[in-house]
Design a protein around this ligand. Sequence first.
Ligand SMILES: Cc1cc2nc3c(=O)[nH]c(=O)nc-3n(C[C@H](O)[C@H](O)[C@H](O)COP(=O)(O)OP(=O)(O)OC[C@H]3O[C@@H](n4cnc5c(N)ncnc54)[C@H](O)[C@@H]3O)c2cc1C
Length: 436
Amino acid sequence: MTTETILILGGSFAGLSAAHYALRHVLPSLPKKDGTTYTVTLVNPNKDFFWRIAGPRACVSTKLMPSSKYLFPIEPAFASYPKGTFNFIQGIATHVDPTTKSVSITGPTGEQPSTISYLALIIATGVSTPSPLFTHQVRAVDGEDLLSTFEAFQKLLPSVKTVVIGGAGPVGVETAGEIAEFLNGKPGFFASKPPHPKAKVILVCAEQKMLPLLRESISKQAEKYLKRLGVEVVYNTKVVSAVHDTVHSVSQTADNFTVHLSDGKTIAADIYVDATGTRPNTGFLPSEWLDSRNKVACDKQTLRVGDVGSLVYVVGDAGSYTRGGVMDMNDAVPTAMTNLKTDLIASVTGKAPGPNRIYKPNLKEQQICPIGTAKGVGAFAGYKMPSFVVWMIKGRDYMSGQMAPQILNGDAFKKEGKWKPDPVGAAQRKVGLSSN
Ligand SMILES: Cc1cc2nc3c(=O)[nH]c(=O)nc-3n(C[C@H](O)[C@H](O)[C@H](O)COP(=O)(O)OP(=O)(O)OC[C@H]3O[C@@H](n4cnc5c(N)ncnc54)[C@H](O)[C@@H]3O)c2cc1C
């Protein structure tokens, strides 16, 4: 009897979702041939799923956001599947060999690599942030690195006088709001600024407006809410570099960084938070699988990587098909996994493959952004959302109470979801990389 492996690299939003989808809807549909059995193997550097959405508040205060609200053990979420169908490996993929269809995996503390052979491969290794506050470090063991990073940050925070945040996308805006409220307190209901600010919080925005996915009036509203908390926004300016003046230590309280700006000015800051974007975790993949931004180049409709027969797919922020985000990942997982099922059935039976399931990006104005613990801005499906609705959905707890368990348990994928077969026949299926 042989066991074939559907190997999923990365156990966060996309990898967990893909694993649940595969266990519920792919494995049970595969023809039993020659006694072959199938298993889903999930590889992730940490045993816990990090609800990074809560990062901007979690880094500021354990009281407001304890670790039980953003770190969730992965394995128990798969305990209900039949024995032998799911396997979790705590490790890091370091090399993929498409010729032998195998992946080298190193243990979390750099043990000798082992090799796993795969029948099908799902890449869900996502992205890292330049700031350690928002990424479960690949070499962290069970959240320890993340928790000690937060601990050091929280020891430093109460005594700082100047904080600079580089980047005014949602992560920068949310972090500025959380830090400013923590340091300067909650202003009165009608106040336009904090009565006795303790610290200067400066948000450096490269463009002429913050929150690029949202319309100008919403960005202006965000600025108003940030000002209430004592945040100053500098527009049309980039952070060129943030030079660490002295060796970092939690006991240091003054002028740790010199932040150099594109207008030639410098700011002496106690803390610099780099929120300037993300970098794909794809360095271990064959270079021919990557696009010019180091994202995994895929067919943007089917999410296949390379030839149909290679049975490789990408889901989540690592993929070239997406502008990122959890809603987008939610739309992409059923597409990639249905196409995996179609391709697998065709490869096992030798019959003509079924039709493609197609991914369509949702490019509507959609983003919600809490600003401190009481206010927020955003839009959903093109409609502007009032501040109290943003607070209700996200600002209260960064969705850690309701949505995090749903992602962990794959609740969105209890059903396969309705879809229309691609009118382009299976015979004319495009081969992955050609559509990029
Ligand atoms: C602070 C912050 C707040 C956010 N808020 C929101 C929000 O409110 N709404 C929203 O829609 N989106 C939000 N996002 C974006 C959202 O978090 C991403 O879209 C999401 O994390 C992407 O999920 P993913 O599974 O593709 O990748 P990731 O979450 O990046 O996960 C990748 C996983 O792969 C693992 N991995 C990396 N390399 C390897 C390897 N070599 N081998 C094995 N495993 C590996 C990583 O450790 C990680 O567990 C936010 C992002 C940040 C940083």
